[in-house]
Write a protein that binds this ligand. Sequence first.
Ligand SMILES: O=C(O)CCC(=O)C(=O)O
Length: 287
Amino acid sequence: MTTHTNGGSLSKEQIDFYNEEGYLVIPQLLSREALQPAKEAMNEKVSMIADELFQAGLIDDKLEHRPFKYRLAELFAHLTEDDFLKYGRSWRDRLPGYFHLMSQPKILDAVESLIGGEIFANPVYNVRPKVPNVAAGAVPWHQDKSYWPDANSNPVITVWIPMVDANEVNGCLHIKPRTHRSRVLEWHQETYTKTGYNALENKQLGKTKTVALPVPEGSAILFNDRALHMSTPNQSDEVRWSVDLRYQPTDQDPMPAHGTGFLARSYMYPDKVATLEDWLAERMERV
Ligand SMILES: O=C(O)CCC(=O)C(=O)O
Protein backbone atom coordinates (compact mmCIF):
# COMPACT_ATOMS: atom_id res chain seq x y z
CA MET A 1 0.00 0.00 0.00
CA THR A 2 1.31 3.48 -0.77
CA THR A 3 1.53 5.29 2.50
CA HIS A 4 0.48 8.92 2.45
CA THR A 5 1.59 10.76 5.52
CA ASN A 6 2.36 14.19 6.87
CA GLY A 7 5.19 12.57 8.80
CA GLY A 8 3.50 12.48 12.18
CA SER A 9 4.61 14.27 15.32
CA LEU A 10 7.42 12.10 16.70
CA SER A 11 11.07 13.04 16.37
CA LYS A 12 13.57 10.64 14.81
CA GLU A 13 14.93 9.98 18.32
CA GLN A 14 11.46 9.01 19.57
CA ILE A 15 10.84 6.72 16.58
CA ASP A 16 14.26 5.09 17.00
CA PHE A 17 13.59 4.62 20.72
CA TYR A 18 10.22 2.98 20.04
CA ASN A 19 11.70 0.67 17.42
CA GLU A 20 14.66 -0.31 19.62
CA GLU A 21 12.96 -0.57 23.00
CA GLY A 22 9.44 -1.58 21.98
CA TYR A 23 7.81 1.32 23.81
CA LEU A 24 7.81 5.10 24.08
CA VAL A 25 6.64 7.50 26.79
CA ILE A 26 5.22 10.83 25.64
CA PRO A 27 4.75 12.91 28.80
CA GLN A 28 1.54 14.95 29.02
CA LEU A 29 0.51 14.44 25.40
CA LEU A 30 -3.11 15.37 26.10
CA SER A 31 -4.49 18.38 27.96
CA ARG A 32 -7.13 18.11 30.70
CA GLU A 33 -9.65 19.52 28.19
CA ALA A 34 -8.87 16.72 25.73
CA LEU A 35 -9.42 14.11 28.45
CA GLN A 36 -12.62 15.64 29.81
CA PRO A 37 -15.20 13.93 27.51
CA ALA A 38 -13.71 10.50 28.34
CA LYS A 39 -13.80 11.34 32.05
CA GLU A 40 -17.45 12.31 31.67
CA ALA A 41 -18.14 8.90 30.12
CA MET A 42 -16.44 7.26 33.11
CA ASN A 43 -18.41 9.46 35.52
CA GLU A 44 -21.63 8.44 33.78
CA LYS A 45 -20.85 4.79 34.36
CA VAL A 46 -19.83 5.42 37.97
CA SER A 47 -23.14 7.19 38.60
CA MET A 48 -25.02 4.25 37.08
CA ILE A 49 -23.13 1.88 39.38
CA ALA A 50 -23.79 4.12 42.40
CA ASP A 51 -27.53 4.08 41.60
CA GLU A 52 -27.53 0.29 41.42
CA LEU A 53 -25.57 -0.14 44.65
CA PHE A 54 -27.91 2.29 46.38
CA GLN A 55 -31.04 0.56 45.11
CA ALA A 56 -29.63 -2.80 46.19
CA GLY A 57 -29.12 -1.36 49.68
CA LEU A 58 -25.35 -1.92 49.52
CA ILE A 59 -24.51 1.75 50.12
CA ASP A 60 -26.42 4.58 51.78
CA ASP A 61 -24.57 7.45 50.09
CA LYS A 62 -23.93 7.76 46.33
CA LEU A 63 -21.00 10.12 47.01
CA GLU A 64 -22.13 12.36 44.16
CA HIS A 65 -19.80 15.19 45.13
CA ARG A 66 -16.63 13.20 45.62
CA PRO A 67 -13.86 13.85 43.08
CA PHE A 68 -13.40 11.59 40.04
CA LYS A 69 -10.14 10.26 41.50
CA TYR A 70 -11.80 8.92 44.67
CA ARG A 71 -15.50 8.30 44.10
CA LEU A 72 -15.47 4.76 42.67
CA ALA A 73 -12.89 3.57 45.25
CA GLU A 74 -14.99 4.99 48.09
CA LEU A 75 -18.23 3.51 46.74
CA PHE A 76 -16.67 0.05 47.04
CA ALA A 77 -14.58 0.70 50.17
CA HIS A 78 -16.86 -1.44 52.37
CA LEU A 79 -18.03 -3.89 49.70
CA THR A 80 -16.46 -7.08 48.42
CA GLU A 81 -14.26 -7.81 45.45
CA ASP A 82 -17.15 -9.77 43.92
CA ASP A 83 -19.42 -6.73 44.24
CA PHE A 84 -16.87 -4.79 42.20
CA LEU A 85 -16.18 -7.50 39.63
CA LYS A 86 -19.86 -7.72 38.80
CA TYR A 87 -19.16 -4.63 36.68
CA GLY A 88 -16.06 -6.14 35.08
CA ARG A 89 -12.36 -5.62 35.64
CA SER A 90 -12.32 -3.28 32.63
CA TRP A 91 -14.99 -1.57 30.59
CA ARG A 92 -15.63 -1.12 26.86
CA ASP A 93 -18.78 0.95 26.67
CA ARG A 94 -19.67 2.74 23.44
CA LEU A 95 -19.95 6.21 24.91
CA PRO A 96 -19.18 9.35 22.86
CA GLY A 97 -16.36 10.43 25.18
CA TYR A 98 -14.34 7.36 24.23
CA PHE A 99 -14.69 8.03 20.50
CA HIS A 100 -13.59 11.60 21.17
CA LEU A 101 -10.48 10.31 22.93
CA MET A 102 -9.66 7.64 20.33
CA SER A 103 -9.89 10.28 17.59
CA GLN A 104 -7.59 12.82 19.26
CA PRO A 105 -5.29 14.27 16.58
CA LYS A 106 -2.32 14.27 18.97
CA ILE A 107 -2.63 10.50 19.44
CA LEU A 108 -3.08 9.90 15.71
CA ASP A 109 -0.13 12.18 14.87
CA ALA A 110 2.12 10.10 17.14
CA VAL A 111 0.83 6.79 15.76
CA GLU A 112 1.24 8.11 12.20
CA SER A 113 4.97 8.49 12.81
CA LEU A 114 5.15 4.75 13.46
CA ILE A 115 2.75 3.21 10.94
CA GLY A 116 1.91 5.91 8.39
CA GLY A 117 -1.23 7.91 7.84
CA GLU A 118 -3.79 5.18 7.07
CA ILE A 119 -4.86 4.42 10.63
CA PHE A 120 -7.50 2.02 11.91
CA ALA A 121 -8.60 2.19 15.55
CA ASN A 122 -8.58 -1.45 16.64
CA PRO A 123 -11.79 -2.73 18.31
CA VAL A 124 -9.90 -3.60 21.50
CA TYR A 125 -9.87 -0.68 23.92
CA ASN A 126 -10.25 -0.82 27.68
CA VAL A 127 -11.17 1.61 30.37
CA ARG A 128 -9.46 0.49 33.58
CA PRO A 129 -11.06 1.54 36.84
CA LYS A 130 -8.28 0.16 39.03
CA VAL A 131 -9.52 0.46 42.60
CA PRO A 132 -7.64 -0.61 45.74
CA ASN A 133 -8.19 -4.08 47.22
CA VAL A 134 -9.33 -5.78 44.03
CA ALA A 135 -6.74 -8.31 42.88
CA ALA A 136 -7.83 -7.99 39.24
CA GLY A 137 -6.55 -4.39 39.23
CA ALA A 138 -3.00 -5.70 38.97
CA VAL A 139 -2.39 -7.13 35.53
CA PRO A 140 0.13 -10.01 35.35
CA TRP A 141 3.02 -10.13 32.89
CA HIS A 142 1.72 -10.75 29.38
CA GLN A 143 2.00 -9.83 25.72
CA ASP A 144 -1.11 -8.19 24.29
CA LYS A 145 -0.82 -10.37 21.20
CA SER A 146 -1.73 -13.38 23.40
CA TYR A 147 -5.28 -11.95 23.46
CA TRP A 148 -5.53 -12.12 19.64
CA PRO A 149 -3.19 -14.94 18.64
CA ASP A 150 -5.22 -15.84 15.55
CA ALA A 151 -5.59 -12.29 14.28
CA ASN A 152 -3.31 -11.62 11.39
CA SER A 153 -2.89 -7.99 12.30
CA ASN A 154 0.54 -6.45 12.59
CA PRO A 155 1.57 -4.17 14.08
CA VAL A 156 -1.03 -3.35 16.70
CA ILE A 157 0.19 -0.45 18.81
CA THR A 158 -1.22 0.12 22.28
CA VAL A 159 -1.57 3.70 23.47
CA TRP A 160 -1.96 3.65 27.25
CA ILE A 161 -3.19 6.88 28.83
CA PRO A 162 -3.70 7.54 32.54
CA MET A 163 -6.60 9.79 33.49
CA VAL A 164 -4.94 10.53 36.84
CA ASP A 165 -1.23 10.61 37.68
CA ALA A 166 -0.06 6.96 37.57
CA ASN A 167 2.70 6.05 40.00
CA GLU A 168 4.20 3.09 41.82
CA VAL A 169 1.73 3.44 44.69
CA ASN A 170 -1.45 3.33 42.62
CA GLY A 171 -0.06 0.70 40.23
CA CYS A 172 1.50 2.17 37.11
CA LEU A 173 2.51 0.19 34.05
CA HIS A 174 5.80 -1.76 34.00
CA ILE A 175 7.52 -3.01 30.87
CA LYS A 176 10.46 -5.16 29.81
CA PRO A 177 12.25 -3.18 27.12
CA ARG A 178 13.39 -4.92 23.92
CA THR A 179 11.09 -7.90 24.41
CA HIS A 180 8.91 -6.85 21.47
CA ARG A 181 10.83 -8.89 18.95
CA SER A 182 10.18 -12.13 20.82
CA ARG A 183 7.66 -14.63 19.55
CA VAL A 184 4.28 -14.93 21.27
CA LEU A 185 5.15 -16.92 24.38
CA GLU A 186 2.99 -19.74 25.65
CA TRP A 187 0.68 -18.29 28.26
CA HIS A 188 -1.75 -19.64 30.84
CA GLN A 189 -4.92 -18.23 32.33
CA GLU A 190 -4.32 -17.21 35.91
CA THR A 191 -6.93 -17.91 38.59
CA TYR A 192 -5.95 -15.75 41.56
CA THR A 193 -7.76 -12.63 40.31
CA LYS A 194 -10.87 -14.71 39.52
CA THR A 195 -10.97 -13.01 36.10
CA GLY A 196 -8.63 -15.20 34.04
CA TYR A 197 -5.96 -12.87 32.71
CA ASN A 198 -3.50 -14.29 30.19
CA ALA A 199 -0.29 -14.61 32.19
CA LEU A 200 3.31 -15.73 31.87
CA GLU A 201 5.30 -17.75 34.39
CA ASN A 202 8.22 -16.00 36.12
CA LYS A 203 10.63 -18.35 34.43
CA GLN A 204 9.45 -17.11 31.02
CA LEU A 205 10.42 -13.52 31.77
CA GLY A 206 14.12 -13.91 31.09
CA LYS A 207 16.78 -11.60 32.47
CA THR A 208 15.59 -8.38 30.89
CA LYS A 209 15.29 -5.63 33.46
CA THR A 210 11.86 -4.30 34.36
CA VAL A 211 11.21 -0.58 33.91
CA ALA A 212 8.44 1.09 35.95
CA LEU A 213 6.65 3.82 34.01
CA PRO A 214 5.13 6.38 36.39
CA VAL A 215 3.58 9.13 34.26
CA PRO A 216 1.39 12.17 34.82
CA GLU A 217 -2.25 12.34 33.74
CA GLY A 218 -2.68 12.68 29.98
CA SER A 219 0.71 11.16 29.12
CA ALA A 220 0.84 8.38 26.54
CA ILE A 221 2.80 5.16 26.69
CA LEU A 222 2.98 3.51 23.27
CA PHE A 223 4.02 -0.10 23.07
CA ASN A 224 4.20 -2.99 20.67
CA ASP A 225 1.78 -5.90 21.14
CA ARG A 226 4.59 -8.37 21.77
CA ALA A 227 6.28 -6.26 24.48
CA LEU A 228 6.09 -7.89 27.91
CA HIS A 229 4.28 -5.64 30.37
CA MET A 230 2.25 -5.72 33.60
CA SER A 231 0.94 -3.42 36.31
CA THR A 232 1.26 -3.62 40.09
CA PRO A 233 -1.56 -3.50 42.70
CA ASN A 234 -3.18 -0.23 43.67
CA GLN A 235 -1.97 0.51 47.19
CA SER A 236 -3.41 4.01 47.36
CA ASP A 237 -6.88 5.18 48.36
CA GLU A 238 -7.68 6.52 44.88
CA VAL A 239 -8.69 5.02 41.54
CA ARG A 240 -5.91 4.57 39.01
CA TRP A 241 -8.05 5.43 36.01
CA SER A 242 -6.54 4.67 32.60
CA VAL A 243 -7.47 3.71 29.09
CA ASP A 244 -5.61 1.50 26.67
CA LEU A 245 -6.38 2.21 23.03
CA ARG A 246 -5.04 0.35 20.02
CA TYR A 247 -4.18 1.31 16.46
CA GLN A 248 -2.98 -0.50 13.36
CA PRO A 249 -2.53 0.14 9.63
CA THR A 250 -5.75 -0.07 7.61
CA ASP A 251 -4.51 -2.92 5.40
CA GLN A 252 -4.50 -5.35 8.32
CA ASP A 253 -7.08 -7.69 9.80
CA PRO A 254 -9.73 -5.50 11.50
CA MET A 255 -10.23 -8.26 14.10
CA PRO A 256 -14.06 -8.43 13.88
CA ALA A 257 -14.17 -11.20 16.47
CA HIS A 258 -13.19 -8.53 19.02
CA GLY A 259 -15.76 -5.90 18.01
CA THR A 260 -15.96 -3.10 15.48
CA GLY A 261 -13.07 -0.70 15.15
CA PHE A 262 -13.09 2.35 12.92
CA LEU A 263 -11.16 4.26 10.29
CA ALA A 264 -9.55 6.97 12.38
CA ARG A 265 -7.38 8.74 9.80
CA SER A 266 -6.88 8.44 6.06
CA TYR A 267 -5.13 10.62 3.49
CA MET A 268 -6.24 8.27 0.72
CA TYR A 269 -9.92 8.18 1.66
CA PRO A 270 -10.53 11.17 3.94
CA ASP A 271 -14.29 11.05 3.23
CA LYS A 272 -14.47 7.57 4.73
CA VAL A 273 -13.05 8.49 8.14
CA ALA A 274 -15.68 7.40 10.68
CA THR A 275 -17.74 9.97 12.53
CA LEU A 276 -19.17 9.56 16.02
CA GLU A 277 -22.47 8.51 14.44
CA ASP A 278 -20.73 5.76 12.45
CA TRP A 279 -18.96 4.49 15.54
CA LEU A 280 -22.11 4.52 17.65
CA ALA A 281 -23.85 2.54 14.88
CA GLU A 282 -20.87 0.12 14.77
CA ARG A 283 -19.84 1.06 11.25
CA MET A 284 -16.11 0.88 10.56
CA GLU A 285 -16.21 3.81 8.15
CA ARG A 286 -18.44 6.50 6.76
CA VAL A 287 -20.87 5.27 4.15
O1 LIG B 1 -3.55 -0.72 32.74
C1 LIG B 1 -3.03 -1.73 33.23
O2 LIG B 1 -2.90 -1.86 34.43
C2 LIG B 1 -2.52 -2.80 32.32
C3 LIG B 1 -2.68 -2.43 30.89
C4 LIG B 1 -2.37 -3.52 29.95
O3 LIG B 1 -1.98 -4.60 30.28
C5 LIG B 1 -2.56 -3.26 28.53
O4 LIG B 1 -2.91 -2.13 28.15
O5 LIG B 1 -2.36 -4.19 27.73
